[in-house]
Design a protein. Structure first.
Length: 287
């Protein structure tokens, strides 16, 4: 198959929507296949995706890229349901396909006339299926905007959405070509840091878990997360602090102690430097 230049693609969106996964559907999520290209941006909740038998835990800001006919399935947590912004689209067609059919659940249900045109492209064909966009807020905001543009019946809404999707894909490929590397070992360590941030910075344990030399570990971690291990841990602590201030009535001193701070003054200084307001001012925003 002849390799096509990324500039030649012409996205046409079949379906764009925000979706809250029903927990009741988990038993039926054995396999699904796409008739066209798909992008899913995790907006909230907890869940996982299985692609060709390999499971990946999903977190807010993860972008999932699925080419046509790739077997996959989504599973959501019961108490914190997975929610995503979704786009299903053509890439190499001369005109939109006049259908909203974008998935089939069993090979026996497959209809060849609904399959999108597929072209070889080195940049898209080598993209990982899971791309962490947590450190690219412009792209996450743009993606949600594209979905909303497509959904609204504005005069130029669909044309704007198609054009913005092309820009989004070009920038995604540009980022990937420059520095992207999502290493599964780093993702596991990132998940551990998010769970155990309150227990302190355990760089030695993270390094041992990776099984890598220090320099290689640091390089891969930064390529995957966009931050050094220590900076990622500091951010995780601040996120836990913000949640505790927002969702509980515990005293600021108690929250600081829970997070391993021996001094409330040290906690307040770090929190203020990170969020631009003191913990007490942050809590007052609830009102």
């Amino acid at each position: 198959m002849e390799n096509r230049d990324l500039n030649d693609m012409q996205p046409f969106i079949r379906v764009g929507h925000h979706y809250l996964f029903p927990y009741e559907r988990n038993p039926f999520e054995v396999s699904r296949y796409g008739y066209c290209y798909a992008l899913h941006l995790v907006e909230g909740g907890k869940g996982k995706i299985i692609i060709n038998g390999e499971a990946t835990t999903l977190t807010k800001g993860d972008l999932i890229f699925l080419p046509p006919q790739l077997m996959h399935s989504f599973y959501t947590d019961q108490d914190s349901r997975l929610s995503t912004y979704n786009l299903y689209f053509e890439l190499w067609s001369d005109a939109p396909m006049r259908t909203e059919h974008h998935l089939y659940w069993h090979l026996s249900d497959y209809k060849a006339e609904l399959l999108t045109t597929v072209r070889a492209n080195d940049e898209l064909d080598t993209l990982p299926h899971i791309l962490p966009l947590q450190h690219h807020p412009f792209l996450t905001e743009l993606f949600a905007h594209i979905v909303k543009q497509h959904q609204h019946q504005w005069e130029y809404g669909h044309t704007v959405a198609h054009s913005l999707l092309k820009a989004f894909l070009l920038e995604l490929a540009q980022i990937a070509g420059e520095s992207w590397q999502s290493d599964y070992r780093m993702r596991m360590i990132m998940q551990r840091i998010d769970r155990e941030a309150h227990a302190g910075s355990n760089y030695t344990d993270w390094l041992a878990q990776s099984g890598l030399q220090k320099t290689r570990f640091h390089t891969l971690f930064k390529q995957t997360s966009g931050l050094s291990p220590k900076a990622y841990w500091s951010r995780a602590v601040m996120k836990q602090a913000a949640v505790a201030l927002w969702e509980s009535n515990r005293s600021i001193t108690a929250i600081a102690e829970d997070l391993g701070y021996s001094s409330i003054h040290h906690f307040t200084k770090q929190f203020t430097a990170y969020y631009g307001v003191s913990p007490s001012q942050y809590r007052k925003r609830k009102g």
